[in-house]
Design a protein around this ligand. Structure first.
Ligand SMILES: [Zn+2]
Length: 315
């Protein structure tokens, strides 16, 4: 192994793997020889042919296997870019006779999960970028199709899900989202259920009816239901009804989140202001109808303690 390949293997960073050859390739797959004074095109990729220095391991169980079944064909994996140039790892995984799995399995590689075409760290990077930018932009940045980027993201999230400690759900947020007019879906809204303590969305269902939310509530076990303390939702009545009608959730408190309360209060105040500025006399009678006023009417029914709490909130 020459000094250059030693450095490349060090940068690549997988113990037990050495680089045996490296070359540039253009987008069409033809080899490119860099010429002094000219930059390589941005989509020129660096191909690293690697070799395993250690005993192969089974990708099914992770055990070391001494018995070889056959040599496999060369395969390629996309890795994280080096100085903006795409990097491809090329290796021919061997087929093994695994004593633990009692089957012919494929050799494990250090950089990727079985049946994946990207390295774990590239999938991780794509998932992180997708959290901050549209998927189409991320796909473009990595010279990938939209669906390949989506699959990479989904795989990284699944892997992360497997390794994290499960979080107990105690406070549930329920909200609806309008999908916009420009779609041909039967439902124009989706219902989103989230964990209020972590801010994570847990479930999405089409529609915003009582039955929609019940579709999620029925997936909860008795123990799950007992752990839940409260539901936070807007003033959309079907959601509250779905919770109230579900067995095992009699103890939960339903609260309306400050955002929706403040929104309604703001709308009511705006309406009064508009009425004062633009209307006079009998036309003033038109105001004070509709949902936004329900909150203020409820004020009359509140106890002194509740009124005090609401005053604090509005302050
Ligand atoms: Zn095995």
């Amino acid at each position: 192994m020459g000094q250059r390949n030693v450095i490349l293997a060090r940068v690549l960073g997988f113990d037990g793997w050495s680089v045996i050859e490296s070359f540039f390739e253009n987008a069409a797959g033809a080899r490119v020889r860099p010429v002094g004074g000219y930059d390589l095109l941005r989509d020129t990729r660096l191909v690293l042919r690697v070799r395993s220095r250690w005993l192969p391991r089974c990708s099914g169980c992770g055990e070391a296997c001494r018995e070889l079944h056959e040599y496999g064909k060369a395969r390629r994996w996309r890795d994280k870019a080096w100085a903006d140039h795409p990097v491809v790892i090329e290796y021919a995984p061997r087929r093994l006779k695994c004593e633990t799995c009692v089957a012919h399995t494929v050799e494990m590689v250090a950089w990727a999960d079985p049946q994946q075409r990207q390295s774990r760290r590239l999938q991780h990077q794509i998932a992180m970028e997708c959290a901050a930018a549209p998927l189409s932009h991320v796909a473009e940045r990595h010279f990938m199709s939209w669906s390949a980027a989506r699959r990479a993201e989904a795989h990284a999230i699944t892997r992360w899900e497997r390794t994290r400690t499960p979080i107990e759900l105690r406070q549930v947020g329920v909200d609806e989202k309008f999908l916009g007019r420009r779609n041909k879906l039967a439902e124009k809204f989706v219902t989103i259920v989230s964990n209020l303590e972590t801010g994570e969305p847990l479930w999405i269902g089409p529609g915003r009816s009582k039955e929609t939310l019940k579709g999620w509530l029925t997936t909860l076990s008795t123990a799950d239901k007992q752990r839940i303390d409260l539901f936070s939702m807007d003033m959309h009545a079907p959601f509250a009804l779905a919770v109230e009608e579900t067995e095992g959730l009699e103890h939960v408190v339903i609260v309306h989140d400050p955002f929706h309360i403040m929104k309604r209060v703001g709308e009511a105040i705006d309406e009064v202001r508009r009425a004062i500025f633009f209307r006079s006399g009998p036309e003033m009678r038109g105001i004070g109808r509709g949902k936004r006023w329900l909150l203020l009417r409820a004020w009359e029914r509140n106890s002194e303690v509740q009124k005090g709490q609401l005053r604090m909130l509005l302050a």
